[in-house]
Structure formats: C-alpha cells, structure tokens
Write a protein that binds this ligand. Structure first.
Ligand code: SF4
Length: 250
C-alpha cells in the first residue's frame, strides 16, 4: 500500500481536468508567431523541407509544416513557436500564419455544416483510416482516449466498423494502394458523415507530397470538415478541434 502511494506521488496527477486550458508538456511546438523583422527570406524559404514558408508576406502553412523547428532555430528573431496547441480549423486558409499576426486559430462557425452540431453534439463515433501513415499520428490518436486526455468524456470515440461511425479520420499521405480502401470505407459510413484530416501528411502530403506513389484524388471529391495540423498530431490539438467542430467549445 505504501509503495503504491509512492508510485502515485511519483507519477503525479495524470488526468487532465480541462483539456481546453491544459499546458502542453515538454518541447511541444504549437502555433508559430512570425515577427516583421527583416531577414534573408531566400535562405529562410530554402531551409524548409516542405516549402511551408512563403514570402510577401512571410507566412507558414501549418498544413505543410512538419514542426521541425529549423526555421525558428536559424532565424529566432523572425520565427518562434508558442505552446498553443489549438491549431485545427475547418478552412484550409486559416492554417496559413502570416507575419505580424498573433491571433489564435479558430473554426469558421458559418462554414460548419448544420447537421454536424445538430446530430453529433452529444455523440460522435469515428473510424480512423491510416492511408499510408507512419504510425506516429495513429499512435497519438490512440492516446486521445487514454486516462490523460479521455476524449470519451465528450461522447467521442473511435469505432472498429465504418457502419457504426459518423465520420472518418484520415492519417497518412494517401498512397495509391490505400486510395480505393479509403473510398470504400468512406462510402460504408452512413450519411450524414464527416471527414477529418489529421496530420501534415494527410493535409498536404507533407514530405511525400511529390511522390508518384500517392493518389490524393479522394480529397478533391469530398468536402473536408476539419484540418488538424501536427507532425504528429498532439492529442490536445485533436480534441480541441473536434469539440469546437461539434459545438462543445465556442
Ligand atoms: S518548422 Fe515548419 S516552417 Fe519551419 S522549417 Fe520546419 S517545416 Fe518549415
């Protein structure tokens, strides 16, 4: 008994009471802030492995950023990463952070389909599809249901069958071999249904963007309801994105 208490004391409190106000631990890199400092923009853009940085104005596309941190290391006067993990949005443009802008990333409430909040506000079942993923985002999505994050408290859970799901969560850059299974799985989900892209690979292809082994045509055919940036996605980013989507946090 005494040993058990010592272990509990050593591990601390694991459960996060409020996932909307928790502090991300460790070296987590969240929403970047770009100053208006003058730097060599050619060098800055060239060092980015995924061409996430563009100029005029200098901006970072979180749908392409791998959060490697190299830009902030080489140009600390220009770029710094905050610990703000609320990175999700339902519009692709909101993921592009421009210099001089420090506002949080939000969802555009007007663009959320009406049936999403009406039907999924209290209960949302998701089927996860790894479409060529490297198991990093999949690993983190597995963590959202653990004792720390406990996404089940919001009535959200992952299910095994698309027939029991209200939507899909796609991870990975969508390889050719997964393009058809992805579509089959999506079609097996009853209407109305949602699509969530989790991680940079799913959102833009990430470092695999130029690969001929990808087939991302699925994303052109169907509307995306939520983009969750990260490499991999942080559980707090995922949970906050979804609870905003279904209207549990404004
Ligand atoms: S942190 Fe993002 S924007 Fe900066 S160099 Fe890495 S991938 Fe590019």
């Amino acid at each position: 008994m005494f040993n058990n208490l010592k272990i509990l004391h050593h591990q601390g409190k694991q459960f996060i009471p409020d996932v909307t106000k928790a502090e991300a631990a460790g070296i987590f890199r969240g929403r970047p802030v770009i100053s208006k400092a003058s730097v060599n923009t050619e060098t800055l853009t060239e060092l980015c492995p995924t061409s996430a940085i563009t100029t005029n104005p200098v901006s970072i596309d979180l749908g392409r950023c791998t959060f490697c941190g190299e830009c902030a290391i080489q140009f600390p006067e220009k770029i710094r990463f905050t610990k703000d993990y609320k990175l999700s949005s339902n519009t692709r443009n909101q993921l592009i952070i421009e210099e001089g802008i420090e506002q949080p990333i939000t969802l555009d409430a007007d663009k959320i389909r009406k049936e999403i909040r009406r039907l999924f506000h209290h209960s949302l079942k998701l089927r996860q599809i790894s479409a060529g993923g490297d198991n990093s985002c999949e690993w983190e999505l597995n963590a959202v249901g653990n004792v720390n994050f406990d996404i089940g408290r919001f009535g959200i859970e992952f299910v095994a069958s698309p027939r029991h799901a209200d939507g899909i969560v796609i991870t990975g850059p969508i390889t050719q071999s997964m393009a058809k299974p992805l579509e089959l799985c999506y079609k097996a989900v009853p209407d109305p249904k949602i699509i969530i892209l989790a991680g940079v690979d799913a959102i833009s292809g990430g470092i695999f963007e130029e690969s001929h082994a990808l087939d991302r045509s699925f994303l052109v055919q169907y509307p995306i309801d939520l983009y969750v940036p990260g490499n991999p996605v942080h559980p707090l980013t995922f949970i906050n994105g979804i609870i905003q989507l279904i209207g549990l946090e404004s």
